[in-house]
Design a protein around this ligand. Structure first.
Ligand code: SPD
Length: 361
């Protein structure tokens, strides 16, 4: 074949071969998206998605700080995001590519802007609280009709924890959150960075540690739903998913979620694009897609976490919008605190204290 004929044959082959599909790599929390969201994104854009999950900010942060995570969109919680922005982990969002920003709730976005000035690097994905999920029948059986289900004393009072140990207590493996809840229970500022306060929280947790079945941040959904544990300090939507799974299984397990009277953490999970993302254009398309009012409503209806998309509110099921554990009343909102952004020294204190709690030493 002549050289000219070879080129012609190669050109014809190239024209016949479809271009490789664009790819997007996403790293999000487990149990945090509707079943069809990714398929709908692919149908709308033709972009192939690799979707991986995690259940710990610390795990995500370790990957991001090491660089070259391989992800185009990640979803850190706002207080972790602030530290990561300072470390240069994220690129600024090109807001001209995000027309659906008009759908977002300005009040929630403003709260999130406390962690990322002007919302320059990240958009709220979902938000929620860290409270207590419990098996109504088993808690009554262990503690009686007067069980203090509206109070952190349900788990943080060692006498109660001891009585609940048989049916199973789990705590999130989320040091910053559990230590803050313990400090709050002791009447200390849950946002305190004083070593003595953090250590006091740890001492309290050590008193209940022998009664804790495990520290884990995703296993409790199924375990609560199946009746394998009876009390979890967990994330709002995850507890409601446990409730829904039990109802679907018709196994007679009744799960409730409570934001304790003493107050609780309110947090925001944020979509952001790593500075070294390989496909920032597709990442922006994905973030814009999530801000579509129907897509945001579909996710909230599936995972039972509140979103920050005002336009989606009429599309959310009434049983979700009217649920005070998902959309708390103003009175309850006033009892919620937001996380402190810890400096490196405080983070070390927290990590040491947490290791001591988990090992009981
Ligand atoms: N299964 C989804 C859980 C999302 C939890 N986000 C983390 C909040 C941390 N404060």
């Amino acid at each position: 074949m002549s050289t000219r004929a070879t080129f012609a044959a190669l050109a014809a082959l190239a024209a016949a071969t479809p271009a490789a599909a664009e790819e997007l790599h996403i790293f999000n929390w487990s149990d945090y998206i509707a079943e069809d969201t990714i398929a709908k994104f692919k149908a709308a854009t033709g972009i192939d998605v690799t979707y991986d999950v995690f259940d710990s900010n610390e795990v995500l942060e370790t990957k991001l700080m090491a660089g070259a995570s391989g992800y185009d969109v990640v979803v850190p919680t706002a207080d972790f995001l602030t530290r990561q922005i300072a470390a240069g982990v994220f690129q600024k969002l090109d807001k001209s590519q995000l027309p659906n920003l008009a759908n977002m709730n300005p009040v929630v976005m403003e709260r999130a802007a406390a962690f990322d000035e002007n919302n320059d690097h990240a958009i709220v994905y979902m938000w929620g609280t860290t409270g207590i999920g419990y098996n109504v029948a088993k808690v009554t059986e262990a503690l009686g009709e007067d069980a203090p289900t509206n109070s952190w004393s349900l788990v943080f009072d060692p006498a109660n924890a001891e009585k609940l140990a048989g049916c199973g207590i789990s705590l999130l493996d989320a040091p910053t959150e559990i230590l803050a809840a313990a400090m709050n229970y002791l009447g200390l500022d849950p946002r305190s960075t004083e070593k003595a306060d953090i250590e006091a929280g740890a001492e309290l947790l050590k008193t209940i540690q022998p009664h804790v079945r495990y520290f884990h941040s995703s296993q409790y959904i199924n375990d609560l739903a199946n009746g394998d544990i009876c009390v979890s300090v967990g994330w709002s939507g995850d507890v409601f998913q446990a409730q829904a799974r039990a109802a679907e299984a018709e196994n007679g397990v009744d799960i409730a979620y409570v934001i304790p009277n003493e107050g609780a953490l309110m947090w925001f999970d944020m979509m952001a694009i790593p500075a070294d993302a390989k496909n920032p254009e597709a990442a922006l398309k994905f973030i814009n897609f999530i801000m579509d009012e129907q897509i945001a409503a579909d996710i909230t209806n599936y995972v039972w976490y509140a979103n920050a998309n005002k336009a989606s509110t009429p599309l959310i099921d009434a049983e979700v919008t009217s649920n005070p554990g998902i959309y708390p009343s103003d009175e309850v909102l006033n009892r919620l605190w937001t996380a402190k952004v810890y400096d490196a020294r405080t983070s070390r204190t927290i990590n040491r204290a947490w290791t001591a709690v988990k090992t009981g030493r």
